[in-house]
Design a protein around this ligand. Structure first.
Ligand SMILES: [Zn+2]
Length: 427
C-alpha cells in the first residue's frame, strides 16, 4: 500500500497523462481490428498535421514533395511519404525537433548496435504512452506498475548519477543489477524471492539463469513474469531461463524512438501495439511510425530489424485482434563477405533456426569475420559427436562454398556489457 502510494505520487508528478493512457489501452485491448485501424488513421492524421505545423524538417519535406496532411485518409496514403532512417534523424536532428511550447520534455538517448548515437526530446504525452504500453503488457500477467521488479541493466548509467538511479529505483519499487561481479550478483539473487517480475536484456537474464541453476537452491515464490527487452531472445536462452525461474521468458519489442512495437501475450504471440505504432514491412524490414512522437516525429522509420508478420487473418487464442509479429529475425546491416558474394549476417540466425528444427540441436552462437571469405562461428556449448558436420552441412546450403568455416565450441560468449551481438565483422 505504502509502495503504491509513493509510486502514484511520483507518477502524477512525472507522467500526469499515464493513468488515462493506461485506462484507454486496457479498453482498446478488446477492440476489433477495424476499430483499431480507425484509431490509427485518426491518430496518424493528427501527428501529420502536427509535424507539418511545428517540425521545420517535416514542414519543408511535405512542401517539397507536395504532400498535405489534408489528403491523408487511409494507411495506404502513408506510402506517399519517404522512408527515414537513423542517419536522417541524426543529420536533421535540430530541424526535426518540434518548435512547440510543450509543458515538459524529457531528454532521450539511444545507441544502436552499430554504435551511432541518436538523441532527442520526448514530450510528456509521448513518454507516458510509451510507459502505459509497457504497463498494459504487464497487466496481461497480473502485474501492477508498482509491483516489485528486478531489473538487469547495462553498466552505463548515462545521464543519471548513481544516487539518482537509487532514488528512482526506490520510488518505482525496483532493484537493479548493473555491475556484474560475484558479490553484487549473489546479493541480487538473494533478493529475487521478493520480485514479481525480472526484466532486462535477455542475454543478461540468461547469464543470471545459468548462475541460479548452478546454485540450485533458489526459489521465486512471487515471480509472475520474466521479460526480455531490447535484444533478440536466442532459442538457447529459453530452456535455461525456464529451468531457473519456472517461467518462460517473454519478449517486449521496441526502442526509445519508436515506442513499444510489440508485447508477447500469455499465449506466446507478440501483438503489435497498434495504438502506439503503425507497422509496415519492406523487403522483410520493419518500418515504424510512432503515433505519439509529436516533439520529434518518427514517421516511416527504418528501425533496422528483419521481421516476419503472421499472415493476415491469423487469430491468436487470447482473443486480441492486434496483428501478430511472428518473429524478430535480427539486425539488418551486417554483411558476411565471401570470395565472390556478400551475404546478410542475418542468415546466421536462419541457419541456426534450421539446425534447431531439423536436427533438434540448440546452440548459443556468434559469428566473427576477420578476413574475407572466412567466418568463425563461436559456440558456447561443448561439442557433441556429429555437431560439427550438422553445422557445416546447413551453412553450406546458405553460403555455398564461398566462405570457409571455422567452428569453435566451448566459447565464452558473455557480452562485456549490454546486448550480445550475434555477428561481428572486423573487416
Ligand atoms: Zn495473443
Amino acid at each position: 500500500m505504502f509502495r503504491k502510494l509513493i509510486y502514484r505520487l511520483y507518477e502524477n508528478y512525472r507522467n500526469p497523462s499515464l493513468k488515462a493512457d493506461f485506462h484507454f489501452l486496457i479498453e482498446s485491448d478488446r477492440w476489433s481490428l477495424p476499430q483499431l485501424q480507425n484509431y490509427q488513421i485518426s491518430a496518424c492524421r493528427e501527428l501529420l498535421f502536427f509535424a507539418a505545423a511545428y517540425s521545420p524538417y517535416y514542414k519543408q519535406q511535405f512542401q517539397k514533395s507536395g504532400f498535405s496532411p489534408e489528403t491523408f485518409h487511409s494507411l495506404e496514403d502513408l506510402k506517399k511519404l519517404p522512408i527515414t532512417d537513423k542517419k536522417t534523424l541524426t543529420e536533421h536532428n535540430k530541424q526535426l525537433q518540434a518548435v512547440y511550447p510543450f509543458k515538459k520534455t524529457i531528454y532521450s538517448k539511444t545507441s544502436g548496435s552499430t554504435g551511432e548515437i541518436l538523441s532527442f526530446y520526448r514530450d510528456e504525452a509521448w513518454e507516458s504512452f510509451h510507459l502505459a504500453s509497457i504497463f498494459r503488457g504487464l497487466s496481461w500477467y497480473g502485474i501492477s506498475r508498482w509491483d516489485k521488479s528486478a531489473v538487469l541493466s547495462g553498466s552505463d548509467p548515462g545521464q543519471k548519477t548513481q544516487l539518482k538511479i537509487q532514488i528512482l529505483d526506490f520510488i518505482r519499487n525496483q532493484f537493479r543489477l548493473s555491475s556484474y561481479n560475484k558479490r553484487t550478483t549473489d546479493k541480487f539473487i538473494g533478493h529475487l524471492n521478493k520480485a514479481v517480475s525480472i526484466q532486462g536484456y535477455s542475454s543478461m537474464i540468461y547469464e543470471l539463469a545459468c548462475m541460479c541453476n548452478r546454485k540450485n537452491n533458489s526459489s521465486f515464490p512471487k515471480l509472475k513474469l520474466v521479460k526480455g527487452t531490447s535484444d533478440m531472445i536466442f532459442d538457447s536462452y529459453r530452456e535455461e531461463i525456464k529451468k531457473a525461474f519456472g517461467k518462460p521468458i517473454i519478449s517486449e519489442y521496441g526502442a526509445a524512438e519508436t515506442g513499444i512495437i510489440a508485447f508477447e501475450c500469455p499465449e506466446g504471440n507478440m501483438h503489435i501495439n497498434m495504438e502506439g505504432v503503425i507497422i509496415e514491412e519492406s523487403d522483410g524490414e520493419i518500418i515504424v511510425t510512432n503515433l505519439h512522437s509529436r516533439s520529434f516525429p518518427i514517421i516511416r522509420y527504418r528501425l533496422g530489424d528483419y521481421i516476419r508478420l503472421a499472415p493476415e487473418g491469423y487469430k491468436c487464442p487470447c482473443g486480441r485482434q492486434h496483428p501478430v509479429l511472428l518473429e524478430l529475425q535480427g539486425r539488418v546491416g551486417g554483411v558476411i563477405c565471401g570470395k565472390t558474394n556478400r551475404f546478410p549476417s542475418v542468415i546466421l540466425n536462419f541457419a541456426f533456426k534450421e539446425i534447431m528444427s531439423k536436427y533438434n540441436r540448440i546452440f548459443s552462437y556468434q559469428g566473427i569475420q576477420k578476413e574475407k571469405s572466412r567466418l568463425t562461428i563461436r559456440i558456447a556449448e561443448a561439442e557433441n559427436p556429429g555437431d560439427r558436420e550438422i553445422i557445416k552441412r546447413v551453412f553450406e546450403h546458405y553460403l555455398k562454398d564461398d566462405v570457409i568455416l571455422e567452428i569453435l565450441f566451448s566459447q565464452d560468449l558473455r557480452p562485456t556489457q549490454g546486448k550480445r551481438n550475434y555477428f561481428i565483422s572486423e573487416i
